[in-house]
Design a protein around this ligand. Structure first.
Ligand SMILES: *[C@@H]1O[C@H](CO)[C@@H](O)[C@H](O)[C@H]1NC(C)=O
Ligand SMILES: *[C@@H]1O[C@H](CO)[C@@H](O)[C@H](O)[C@H]1NC(C)=O
Ligand SMILES: *[C@@H]1O[C@H](CO)[C@@H](O)[C@H](O)[C@H]1NC(C)=O
Ligand SMILES: *[C@@H]1O[C@H](CO)[C@@H](O)[C@H](O)[C@H]1NC(C)=O
Ligand SMILES: *[C@@H]1O[C@H](CO)[C@@H](O)[C@H](O)[C@H]1NC(C)=O
Length: 895
């Protein structure tokens, strides 16, 4: 007992001693403030000081700290045709020195300076190719929804609550996302990565699309400074969202808003809290600057930090909004709190309200899409002419992919299609380079090919606004990251926009409905019986096709349609997910309904009973806006299975084929094919594994052998079996099944089919490729081919292997730009134009056993598979249906 007491005293003594000496040591260090309070004061003062500092882009003598990560050697690109970030093409050749991660010099080719540089540095001869700055993507989710989107690495949505200003993309950014490299292959060198969906979603960051060997995400930041990431003077970006996304996402949560009114309240309430905190901070700083001592520490709240910084004008705001009234509401709230909305994203309705947007006391840019529209109400008013109209209103337009909504590497296609629909070439190219760079407040270092900028440079195969354009060489921070051989290159210009329709041309509309007429100016025909520059049709029948039909109608007065450089093609036959089944895929009220939903409501609706298999013909909804837009842009026959809806489903049912302009049920074919989805997307109740799907399919066919029901007819080859799958191994199982049961099988999807092209060919299995673009969103499509960076495309491989192949649009959104999509697919796949036309017309008819629609065709002025061509005449069963059809028919009740 005693000795214990003694020991305790000794211990205490030692402890006191240690504390004493430690205290002396601490007090003697001059840099240490000596009280907790002093420490708080010092930290607070630093915060007060930093509140006043804004990120100012450096322009003079800047260096690029990221260069040290790669340490690439200098290189001189000679004979470049520079197309800069303002879209302007230089009309003389230039040489570009990339050194220390910067564009260090640009000189005129063959000038004396050029010769001096040439003697010193390694040379790459651009051989007159277009050379541009790297593309800048202003709305992407690359890195936070790693592909394929396994649950383990999908971090795009923070669904704790609709207001999450404290979430930061940098905390989730996965350098292992293969979409980073895919985006780069498409020419994107920098991208703003935004968190998704919430009313106040969080903080975005701008990354370069090159993963360093260190695998450090911080080192990928454009603003990587070589120092700690916490640097407070960097530019910051916030993401917000209006409308359907935040409104619909929290339906299960009692305390989350369900209406725009609730969203408005929550937004304002949150901003008031941030405003209150900012006031407290300002008061605190005022005290300390007046040499009065505040009582408490500097007021801070991590939850609100980004919003306070926004109120201080230090954060650029990016707001996802579609509807006119959503944008107006957001701008009203912004004014209330004295904040600026830097960029309205998606903003498909912006073209309708330039005055509202321009009325604000600051400039707002519109970061939008060229083609996306129509799947949900807020996207229903979008126009292909949106970018053009915004440009006419002198507004800044940025184009984005919203990867993975659209594949990141297809950003340049957005600019191309917008240009096709009238957005000027300069602004279209600027909308994916200089404009986003400026809107990000990084216009001092990316988005332009100028001295002192980051050495992010692309050498293109063609003018970047042409279908053939591919990045062949890409440099990022001076390091060569994509290196394909240069092609032979003739100086070409952008193929241009569709011409405006003149009054004379519009005057020809009086011939609509004519059954007898003469068409002149034909230069190419994809219809075998038509060969000649004139086409005479009398009473709906072909009478003459030659270079001079005048002798065939000497005495008759005929309507005469004079065209220039006209191409005649069959109307397109298109397989769609919901045309004719639903107007708005996400609004069940607008159509037949969703089968996935039906299955949830009625658990007993087993596909095993053939009488449960739905037929699309029984739910057809004609005369929709989707259909009229499709018709006016060239789609004749539409094949649609019953609408699946969102979710996994095995048996969709029997498709119908009908004319897109049809008003009655005079279908081309009532029952076209039985559609079944296999692979992950087919995993539903009863068949939740692929193995169960295969055995279920076999069983339901065999057990109906000899019957006249759907399954029996599939087994007797009366009905083709359309298997929707992208997974190569599922296709192998289907090949086995075909071998034993002798079925007429069509693969729909087929992204991985290139891996077994010869097996498909030898087993006579046709493939309807959709989507033809490569994403790796799902496991079942992870082995897709992108067509860039030296890769082939699935179409090219199937075509080369002699597989019977057709091309369908990626989804309903792409139906009205199917001709341009086919043009792009042909260009990336080296498929001749007539074979590609066949893939979207006759081949579709053959595969689905539809009669050829040979009296109906479209006449375009210009090559239909090139940008700049326009549909001039649509002929239906020999009769003139439409002349210069409206690309945006005015039948949308919401406009
Ligand atoms: C490229 O530049 C070199 C000199 O720098 C010149 O000799 C050559 O003719 C140029 N090539 C073309 C295609 O202009
Ligand atoms: C807004 O844009 C116009 C036209 O581009 C420009 O003249 C003006 O300076 C801009 N205003 C601000 C505040 O940036
Ligand atoms: C756009 O700017 C041009 C040139 O400044 C001007 O002439 C034109 O009126 C403007 N258009 C609109 C719609 O503001
Ligand atoms: C007619 O056929 C010839 C020879 O095949 C071809 O060169 C020409 O382009 C064709 N004309 C039209 C209008 O298709
Ligand atoms: C259309 O098809 C019918 C029958 O298949 C054929 O008789 C006719 O010649 C064809 N017309 C054209 C223009 O190909």
């Amino acid at each position: 007992m005693e000795s214990f007491q003694l020991r305790k005293q000794v211990v205490n003594l030692i402890l006191v001693g240690v504390v004493f000496f430690a205290a002396i040591f601490y007090y003697e260090r001059p840099e240490n403030v000596n009280t907790v309070k002093q420490k708080f004061l010092k930290e607070g003062l630093e915060r007060c000081d930093s509140n006043q500092r804004k990120y100012v882009p450096e322009t003079e003598n800047r260096n690029n700290p990221r260069h040290n990560l790669f340490g690439s050697e200098p290189v001189l690109i000679v004979n470049a045709s520079i197309i800069d970030g303002d879209g302007v093409v230089a009309d003389f050749k230039q040489d570009i020195l990339l050194k220390d991660g910067l564009v260090s010099k640009i000189v005129v080719s063959l000038s004396p300076e050029s010769q001096i540089l040439a003697s010193k540095y390694e040379i790459i001869d651009a051989n007159n190719h277009y050379v541009s700055p790297g593309l800048v993507e202003m709305h992407s989710h690359v890195g936070i929804c790693t592909q394929p989107e396994l649950k383990g690495v999908n971090d795009m949505f923070e669904l704790m609550y609709p207001v999450t200003p404290f979430t930061r993309v940098i905390d989730a950014f996965n350098v292992g996302d293969p979409a980073i490299e895919m985006s780069l292959s498409g020419g994107i060198t920098s991208a703003l990565i935004l968190p998704s969906a919430n009313l106040i979603s969080g903080e975005g960051f701008v990354f370069k699309m090159v993963v360093p060997e260190s695998l450090s995400a911080e080192q990928m930041l454009v603003q990587y400074s070589g120092e700690a990431f916490e640097d407070t003077t960097r530019q910051r970006w916030i993401k917000m969202a209006c409308g359907e996304n935040p409104k619909k996402r929290y339906t299960d949560r009692k305390d989350a808003p369900k209406s725009r009114m609730g969203l408005g309240h929550l937004f304002r309430k949150t901003m008031q809290e941030a405003q209150k905190l900012k006031d407290e901070q300002d008061l605190w700083c005022e005290l300390i600057y007046n040499r009065e001592l505040p009582l408490n520490r500097y007021p801070e709240n991590d939850d609100l930090d980004l919003l306070v910084e926004l109120l201080r004008g230090k954060v650029l705001s990016n707001a996802h909004c579609y509807e006119t009234f959503d944008m107006e509401t957001l701008l009203r709230h912004a004014r209330e709190f004295g904040i600026e909305i830097n960029t309205l994203h998606h903003a498909l309705d912006a073209y309708r309200i330039p005055e509202i947007i321009k009325k604000q006391p600051y400039n707002i840019s519109i970061a939008t899409f060229a083609t996306l529209w129509g799947h949900k109400k807020e996207a229903f008013q979008g126009s292909l002419f949106g970018p053009k109209i915004l440009e006419e209103n002198n507004m800044t337009v940025v184009l984005t992919t919203d990867h993975p909504a659209q594949a990141g590497h297809t950003l340049i296609n957005e600019a191309q299609i917008a240009h096709h629909y009238g957005f000027s070439a300069e602004k279209a190219f600027a909308s994916v380079t200089g404009e986003p760079a400026k809107e990000l407040n990084l216009g001092n270092r990316i988005g332009f090919l100028r001295e002192g900028y980051d050495a992010d440079v692309i050498i293109w195969s063609d003018h970047p606004l042409n279908m053939n354009a591919k990045p062949l060489k890409i440099f990022v921070d001076g390091m060569k990251v994509i290196d394909q051989p240069l092609n032979q290159n003739e100086m070409v210009t952008a193929s241009g926009s569709i011409p405006e329709v003149s009054d004379t041309q519009l005057g020809m509309r009086k011939f609509e409905g004519s059954r007898s007429y003469l068409i002149t100016g034909i230069t190419q025909s994809f219809i075998p019986v038509i060969n000649g520059s004139e086409l005479l049709i009398v009473d709906g029948k072909f009478v003459c096709s030659s270079d001079d039909c005048s002798s065939s109608f000497k005495d008759i007065e005929l309507p005469r349609i004079d065209l220039e450089n006209a191409y005649i093609s069959p109307m397109l036959t298109t397989l769609t997910p919901s045309h004719g089944m639903a107007e708005l895929a996400l609004e069940p009220m607008t159509g037949d309904g969703s089968l996935v939903q039906a299955l949830k409501l009625n658990e007993l609706l087993s596909f095993k009973d053939p009488s449960n298999v739905p037929k699309a013909k029984d739910g057809l909804q004609l005369g929709s806006i989707h259909l009229s837009k499709a018709f006016n842009l060239g789609t004749g026959v539409v094949i649609t299975p019953p609408f699946r809806g969102e979710g996994q489903l095995f048996v969709s049912g029997v498709s119908v084929a009908f004319w897109s302009d049809s008003e009655t049920l005079d279908n081309v074919k009532d029952e076209v094919a039985l559609h079944i989805t296999m692979g992950d997307q087919g995993k539903q109740k009863e068949v939740a594994t692929i193995s169960l799907q295969v055995s279920a399919l076999k069983e339901m066919l065999l057990s109906n052998k000899g019957t006249k029901n759907i399954y029996g007819r599939v087994l007797s080859k009366e009905l083709p079996l359309a298997i929707h799958t992208n997974n190569k191994d599922v296709m192998l199982h289907i090949i086995e099944l075909k071998k034993t049961l002798d079925l007429n099988v069509i693969i729909v999807g087929g992204i991985e089919s290139h891996l077994i092209a010869s097996e498909l060919a030898s087993n006579d299995i046709a493939v309807v490729v959709t989507p033809w673009r490569c994403q790796r969103r799902f496991w079942d499509e992870r082995r897709c081919l992108s067509g860039v960076n030296g890769q082939s495309t699935v179409l090219k491989v199937l075509y080369g292997a002699g597989v019977k192949v057709a091309l369908a649009p990626d989804d309903d959104i792409k139906v009205r730009v199917h001709l341009q999509e086919a043009g792009l697919a042909a260009a990336l796949s080296d498929i001749p134009i007539d074979d590609m036309i066949h893939m979207i017309t006759g081949s579709m008819n053959d595969i689905f056993q539809l009669p050829s629609s040979n009296g109906s065709f479209i006449i375009t002025e210009g090559n239909p598979l090139q940008y700049g061509s326009r549909i001039s005449v649509i002929i239906r069963d020999g009769v003139i249906s439409t002349i210069y059809p409206d690309i945006e028919p005015k039948n949308n009740p919401f406009i």
